[in-house]
Ligand binder design. Sequence first.
Ligand code: 13P
Length: 344
Amino acid sequence: MALNETIIHELSTTAKALVAHNKGLLAMDESYSTCNKRFAKLGIPQTNEMRLAYREMLVTAEGLNEGISGAILFDETARQNLQDGTSFIEALAGKGIIPGIKVDAGTVALALHSGEKITEGLDNLRERLKEYLAMGLKFAKWRGVITIGDNIPTKGCIEANAHALARYAALCQEEGLVPIVEPEILMDGEHGLERCYEVTEQVLHTVFNQLYKQGVMLEGIILKPNMVVPGLACPIQASVDEVADATLECFLRTVPAAVPGIAFLSGGQSSELASARLNAMNLREKSRRPWELSFSFGRAIQQPALEIWNGRDENVLKAQEALYHRVVCNLAARSGTYKEEGKK
Ligand code: 13P
């Protein structure tokens, strides 16, 4: 089935709106286990009430919509209400923030591929997307995970993940939701910048090949990739400019200009480095960046607020200020006006 004119228009309008006005995405779609792990590290009780209170703190932060165009929710949150009775979806939409949802079901071991993962969630996805659309959600997210290590990633793993991403993206577009296509190459490991470049190039090339084969309309997606960075345990770390140049060169070789926006994940970078690297990319000449270069950060935008909040009502306002600070930093990084913190 080809997409009709109305859906084509809606998809490209939503995709453009997600990366418009120098704004970016707030990824707050941690699964139960990921959210609980982050809470456990800080001694916050891992309960439904705490997850709800934390996420209410995030979405009710004053000024959030100044730099956030869309928020990615987890299924649990998409069905919950704030204390005043409004649903999270209504609360976000009321502030002009487009609500979206994580629709993958997480990763499992890829059979016969030791150390590699595949993302699940294609079963019944069409029905789930129909429900999400009826709930008022406008876009979706699916994350494929690629690990760098001895003899990995394999072609089998890259192709399986790219294929799943493309099937998910096609289903989303058929139902009228913009797919956020997220192939994440993990930062764990001792590998250098060059190895991350090589793998990112191979993965993006394979992903766009699969998107093409599945008939996905590139004007109606957002790409959510990793930046090209050395492994966290690599003894030689790269400068901000080296990361910006390597990332842009890699993307110019693999990401078609028809894609409206690239919204980076943070992947374990510090909040400051993630902003500085995004800023450096947005300082490059326009011909080096045919797409909007935006953010879809989880940890790099939430972590300072999470630490301050620490599960206590009395810390909500201070935590919201910390969140707002990161929003403003990333808004600046979108236009190349972010000033390194500590040097202001
Ligand atoms: P991080 O920015 O913490 O990597 O999270 C982004 C995300 O949505 C991962 O799927």
